[in-house]
Write a protein of this length. Structure first.
Length: 136
């Protein structure tokens, strides 16, 4: 019986996605009957005030009979998010050290492209509105 329990927990095929503080584990496992299913685990690292850390984990068990519908809904939902909000991660803008690619020119770039006239002939400087922060 111990061997069967170990077989149930054996990972057949695994992939890892590291995403900042979060790590996602995709594991194919075998049932007692010898069929396969998928586990998706989100592991998130938290740091305590004393400098020690701990992880919180959330797990989804996904069985073959649900794969098609799960994939359909997952694709629909991810497409919706990208269509509505684009690829930019909005929470990145709220980080102290966040800089968009266009905020700082690359070392080899010059800023001349920002001063080139637009197709209608207006210089770049006149296409922007002056804002007085006292007005905000």
């Amino acid at each position: 019986m111990y061997n069967n329990e170990m077989m149930e927990k054996e990972e057949i095929y695994s992939k890892v996605l590291r995403a900042g503080r979060r790590t996602y584990f995709f594991d194919v496992r075998a049932t007692k009957a010898g069929d396969y299913y998928l586990t998706i685990t989100e592991s998130k690292k938290f740091t305590n005030d004393d400098g020690s850390f701990h992880y919180k984990k959330h797990k989804i068990y996904l069985y073959k009979e649900d794969f098609n519908e799960f994939n359909t809904i997952l694709k629909e939902m991810t497409d919706y998010v990208i269509t509505e909000k684009g690829n930019e991660v909005i929470s990145d803008r709220h980080q102290k050290d966040f800089k968009k690619e266009y905020d700082t020119p690359a070392p080899n770039e010059t800023t001349s492209e920002t001063t080139e006239p637009a197709q209608d002939g207006t210089p770049a400087e006149s296409r922007f509105t002056d804002i007085d922060f006292d007005d905000i």
